[in-house]
Write a protein that binds this ligand. Sequence first.
Ligand SMILES: Cc1cc2nc3c(=O)[nH]c(=O)nc-3n(C[C@H](O)[C@H](O)[C@H](O)COP(=O)(O)OP(=O)(O)OC[C@H]3O[C@@H](n4cnc5c(N)ncnc54)[C@H](O)[C@@H]3O)c2cc1C
Length: 415
Amino acid sequence: MNEAQTTDVIVIGGGLAGGLAALALARAGFSVALVDAQDPAAMRAAAFDGRTTALAYGCARVFRRLGLWPAIAPEAEPILDILVTDGRARSRLSDGSSSPFHLHFDSRELEAGEPLGWIVENRVLRDALYDAVAAEPAVALFAPAAVASAEFGPGAARATLEDGRALAAPLVVAADGKNSALRRQAGLRVNRWSYPQTGIVVTVAHERPHKGVAQEFFLPSGPFAILPMTQNRSSLVWTERGDAAPAYLVLDDAAFLKEIENRFGDYLGRLRLAGPRWSYPLSFHLSQRFIAPRLALIGDAARAIHPIAGQGYNLGVKDVAALVETLCDAASLGLDIGHGATLARYERWRRFDSTMLALGTDVLNRLFSNDLAPLRLARAAGMSAVGRVGALRRFFMRQAGADLGELPALMQPGP
Ligand SMILES: Cc1cc2nc3c(=O)[nH]c(=O)nc-3n(C[C@H](O)[C@H](O)[C@H](O)COP(=O)(O)OP(=O)(O)OC[C@H]3O[C@@H](n4cnc5c(N)ncnc54)[C@H](O)[C@@H]3O)c2cc1C
């Protein structure tokens, strides 16, 4: 057996969740081995991931506190307003904004004095994270290097890489994504289902400024989101029926743009495709436990949810902030950071919030992705109630902004 390289924590998976965890743990004083199966250069390429992230304002504080914001801010567009419409853009414009089918969330109603969030390309987040990780002496990066197996002993965990190298630590953080092999190996069960929907993602440039307004139209096939980006561009997340999406994806540019305009309306003037089309099959899973002996799940390894509310990665950021604080508190008391009692606090902190949000987004998608008359009426009643009650609107804005509940120190307001 090879002699293992020992650190305080092994983070397996260097995606957006694992990269952030490695950096935050290192900044908190832990030594970290970060392992990813893929080549970091390939993960930074424009062709790797065409998505943007709607980063909640509470989660953006984590990036600020870790000193990442100066690298992100020039390419982050603040979300000042969110307009939600039950139906197409055209009907919204012709009906007028007082209809019960519309909802307006205005960042100026919040005391936080912050935008509701920022739209940032995943590529930009990855660049900022990987540059910071590369400059962080407390992180040893193993990539490309897949983990072949992991063992969880009473005193330490050990991970063996496919090339035979071995790592040991009191704790392994599983950030290996929605098909997490570590979760499976630890015997953690998941509740999962597929949505009969595909997320089509594309960037468009437009004639008129978006003024920081994010729009979401609930269409029978699923939500159609228009997310404001820098340089007069918007990122579209078009949820389409899974059986219909392939036909849209192979249309020529003019026909594809026409389909977009049919849904989008003309409120931003002429549109132009400003990037390739991407597609993501949509599914849900929620791990029944977020911990196992010497193992903590974060990010999509813990749960993956429908993108209807742009919350998937935000949940992963909250995982990181809560885990770092839990481990710091344990270490400051001289406790074992991989002990079950330490990890139980992390699980209590994160699982309830995750479950509520995961199920909430699932219900929202089921309620809105159809054209059934009774549900249309229920939606109108619900939207009208939220639209009329300021306290309800502020509750939803703070919930989506990751600014409610017991906030870890990294997510609290202030400098
Ligand atoms: C269409 C769409 C739009 C979205 N929009 C938003 C949004 O606006 N806001 C938001 O908050 N979220 C959004 N999300 C969700 C968000 O993209 C994900 O939650 C996030 O990317 C998950 O990151 P992760 O690091 O947990 O997982 P991943 O990105 O899957 O990373 C897992 C990593 O683990 C590595 N790995 C796997 N197995 C091994 C192994 N055995 N050894 C070593 N490494 C391994 C992989 O190489 C990979 O790099 C969206 C999702 C979709 C589909």
